[in-house]
Design a protein around this ligand. Structure first.
Ligand code: GLN
Length: 304
C-alpha cells in the first residue's frame, strides 16, 4: 500500500474544510494557534513511519492525554478504577456537569473531564510525583526527552478553568475525590498542556496498537486484556458525544483533544495521528475526523 500517496490525497481532499471549524477559544492560549496547520503521521506495526504536512509541529495534547493517565492508573491500581468511574458513553459534552448529580459523583467514563479528574486523583494518591512520572512515561514512549509541559497553556487553563474546578469540587462533595481539588487540577491542567507533534504521538500510542507492548523500549505497558479494554473505551467514548458517529464513519479506536489532535489505532496494524486545530461543535478536529474517515475508506483497513 502506498501510504505516502494516500496521505497526500487525504490532505488534498480535506482542504475544503479549512476555515469551516473553530479553534478552541475557551482556553485563551489555545485561541492563539494558527488554525491553518495540518499534519498527519502513520506508524505501522513493523515500525515504518509515514508523515505529511505539519507532522513535526508541536501542539497541545489536551484530552488525548486522558488515555495516558488512564493507562498509568490501570498499571497502579488495576480494575479498582471501575469503583470510581464508569465505562459508558456519556451522550453529553465533555465538560458537562448535569449527569454527575444524577449519578452521585461517579463520572460516566474516564475520557470526559469529570472522569479524567477522578483518574488524576487516583494518580495523585498512587504516585509520589505524578507530574514527573507522567512526563517520564511520555518521553520514554516517544523516545524524545524534549517533550515538555507547556506552562503557558497550563496556566492559561488554570486561570480560566472554572468548569473543571466546579467538577472537581462537586465530585469531592460526593467523596469521589480524595486529594484536594487544587492538587488534582494541577496535574490535570498540566497533562492537558503536554506539547508534542504527530510523530511523537504515534510513537507514544503505538503500545496500544501493539496490544499493550511497547516494542521501541521492549517493555510491556499493559496486559493484552487491559489494552483491549483501553481500545474499546477509546472506540465507545474517545470522541465524546461524537463517538458513535466516529465509529460509524471511521472504524478505528480514537481519542481527540481540543488542541485539534486525534490519535487512532487499528490493533495489530497501525497507529495514526492527525492534527488540525479547527474543531467541530463536539470539540473534535473537523478536518481530522474527515481525514481518518478517508483513510479507512481508501485503504479498506479498519478494526471491523
Ligand atoms: N483541557 C481541556 C478541558 O479541560 C481538555 C478538553 C478536551 O480536550 N476535550 O476543557
Amino acid at each position: 500500500m502506498d501510504f505516502n500517496k494516500i496521505l497526500a490525497e487525504i490532505a488534498e481532499e480535506t482542504k475544503y474544510l479549512q476555515g469551516k471549524g473553530k479553534v478552541a477559544n475557551y482556553i485563551p492560549a489555545l485561541a492563539q494557534v494558527d488554525g491553518n496547520q495540518f499534519g498527519m503521521a502513520l506508524l505501522t506495526a513493523d515500525g515504518e513511519l509515514f508523515e505529511y504536512g505539519d507532522s513535526a509541529v508541536n501542539f497541545s495534547l489536551q484530552s488525548v492525554s486522558k488515555v495516558l493517565t488512564l493507562t498509568i492508573a490501570f498499571r497502579e491500581i488495576g480494575t479498582v478504577v471501575w469503583e470510581r468511574v464508569g465505562r459508558e458513553p456519556s451522550g453529553n459534552p465533555f465538560n458537562s456537569l448535569i449527569q454527575l448529580e444524577k449519578e452521585k459523583g461517579i463520572p460516566r467514563n474516564p475520557f470526559i473531564n469529570a472522569g479524567a479528574l477522578v483518574i488524576s486523583d487516583i494518580l495523585c494518591s498512587a504516585l509520589e510525583n505524578p507530574k514527573e512520572y507522567l512526563l517520564d512515561f511520555v518521553q520514554k514512549r516517544a523516545q524524545n526527552p524534549l517533550i515538555k509541559y507547556d506552562e503557558v497553556v497550563a496556566i492559561s487553563e488554570k486561570e480560566h478553568g472554572y468548569l473543571n474546578v466546579a467538577l472537581a469540587n462537586y465530585m469531592k462533595s460526593f467523596g469521589n475525590i480524595h486529594n484536594t481539588p487544587e492538587q488534582i487540577l494541577d496535574l490535570y491542567f498540566n497533562q492537558c498542556s503536554l506539547s508534542m507533534n504527530c510523530n511523537d504521538l504515534v510513537r507514544v500510542f503505538s503500545f496500544i496498537a501493539n496490544r499493550g507492548f511497547d516494542s521501541n523500549n521492549k517493555e510491556r505497558i499493559l496486559s493484552r486484556s487491559h489494552s483491549k479494554r483501553l481500545s474499546s473505551l477509546m472506540l465507545t467514548c474517545g470522541m465524546y458525544d461524537e463517538s458513535g458517529d466516529f465509529a460509524f464513519r471511521v472504524g478505528m479506536s480514537g481519542k481527540s483533544g481540543v488542541g485539534g489532535g486525534i490519535v487512532a489505532t487499528i490493533p495489530g496494524k497501525l497507529t495514526m495521528a492527525v492534527w488540525s486545530p479547527e474543531l467541530n461543535s463536539f470539540g473534535n478536529s473537523l478536518r481530522g475526523v474527515m481525514a481518518l474517515e478517508l483513510f479507512t475508506t481508501k485503504t479498506g483497513m479498519s478494526i471491523f
